[in-house]
Ligand binder design. Structure first.
Ligand code: NAD
Ligand code: MG
Length: 261
C-alpha cells in the first residue's frame, strides 16, 4: 500500500490511538483524511493542518453509534474526496456499567462504519475497493474477567470483521477487512477505570492487574496499524504488543462447517 494521494477515514481520531493513526497517515503522504469523532480537539486539528498544508484534513463531529448519521457522513466524505481508499475504525469506549452504550458505540459503531464503507468504497457501486481495519483488543481474543461487557464487544468485532473479510465478498467489492487487537495502551481510556467496572468487588484485583500490565504508547500502536495497512491481508487478525504485529491463526472449531458461499 502506497499512501500517497490516497483518501482515508479514521473514526475516533480526536484522541488516543486514533489521533496517532491520523498523524502517521498524514506523515506517510495520505492525500485526504476525514476524522470522525464525537469530540473536538481543535488544538490538535490546527496542528495537523498546519503541519500538512497541502493535504486535506476534514473533521466531522459524529457519533459512530448513529447509523443514519454515519451513512450521511460517508456520503459527505465521498462527495468531498471523490473516493475513499482506507478506513481505520478506532472509536470506542470503556464503561461496563453502561451496557447499552458500550454495545452501541463499540460494536454498533464498527458495524455502522464498516457497512457504510462497503457501500461507498465497493467496486459494485463505482468505488475502487480498498482496505478497512477494525479496532478490537487482546481482551476480544482472551477473556479478561474484570471487563466482560467491553470484552464481548471486542470479541464481536473480530467475528464481524472476519465475516466481511471473506474472499467471496472481496471478489465483489474489492475491499479487504483486517482486525487489530492491541494489548494495554496508555490513553485516556484508563481514566477512572475502577468506577466503570461492573463488579466493584474486583476493583482491588483490577488495580493490581492494571499496574502489572505492560502498557505501550498510542504512537507505537499507530505505527503497527500502519504496518497492517501496508500488508493489506484480507481477513487477517493481529495482536499488537511490544511495538510489533503478530498475526493470529484463527483455527476453526466447528467440524460440521457449511461449505463456503
Ligand atoms: P481514547 O479514549 O483515547 O480514544 C477514543 C476516541 O474515540 C476519542 O477521541 C473519543 O472521543 C472517540 N469516541 C468515543 N466514542 C465515540 C463515538 N460514539 N463516536 C465517535 N467517536 C467516539 O481511547 P484509546 O485507548 O485511544 O481507544 C481507541 C480504541 O482502541 C478503542 O476502540 C479501544 O477500545 C481500543 N483499544 C484500546 C486499548 C487501550 O489499552 N487503550 C487496548 C486495545 C484496544
Ligand atoms: Mg483514539
Amino acid at each position: 500500500m502506497n499512501f500517497r494521494g490516497k483518501s482515508a477515514v479514521v473514526t475516533g481520531g480526536a484522541g488516543g490511538i486514533g489521533l496517532q493513526v491520523a498523524r502517521q497517515l498524514l506523515a506517510a503522504g495520505i492525500g485526504k483524511i476525514a476524522i470522525i469523532d464525537l469530540q473536538d480537539n481543535l488544538e490538535e486539528f490546527v496542528k495537523l493542518r498546519g503541519a500538512h498544508p497541502t493535504q486535506s484534513v476534514m473533521i466531522i463531529k459524529m457519533d459512530v453509534a448513529n447509523k443514519k448519521g454515519v451513512e450521511a457522513t460517508y456520503e459527505e466524505i465521498k462527495k468531498t474526496f471523490g473516493n475513499i481508499d482506507i478506513v481505520v475504525n478506532v472509536a470506542g469506549i470503556f464503561n461496563d456499567r453502561d451496557v447499552q452504550r458500550t454495545l452501541l458505540v463499540n460494536l454498533g459503531g464498527i458495524i455502522n462504519s464498516s457497512l457504510s464503507a462497503l457501500q461507498y468504497m465497493s467496486k459494485e457501486n463505482g468505488g475502487n475497493g480498498g482496505l478497512v481495519v477494525n479496532m478490537s483488543s487482546v481482551v476480544g481474543l482472551d477473556p479478561m474477567f474484570i471487563i466482560p461487557v467491553y470484552g464481548a464487544t471486542k470479541a464481536g468485532i473480530i467475528n464481524f470483521t472476519r465475516c466481511l473479510g471473506n474472499e467471496k465478498f472481496y471478489q465483489r467489492s474489492g475491499i479487504k477487512f483486517a482486525t487489530v487487537c492491541p494489548g494495554a495502551t496508555m490513553t485516556d481510556m484508563f481514566t477512572n477505570f475502577t468506577e466503570k467496572i461492573i463488579f466493584p468487588e474486583t476493583s482491588d484485583e483490577t488495580y493490581k492487574i492494571l499496574d502489572r500490565l505492560n502498557k505501550q504508547s498510542a504512537t507505537d500502536v499507530a505505527r503497527c496499524i500502519m504496518n497492517v495497512l501496508e500488508k493489506e491481508k484480507n481477513g487477517a487478525v493481529y495482536v499488537i504488543e511490544g511495538k510489533r504485529i503478530v498475526p493470529i491463526d484463527m483455527k476453526p472449531h466447528w467440524t460440521g462447517k457449511e461449505p463456503a458461499l
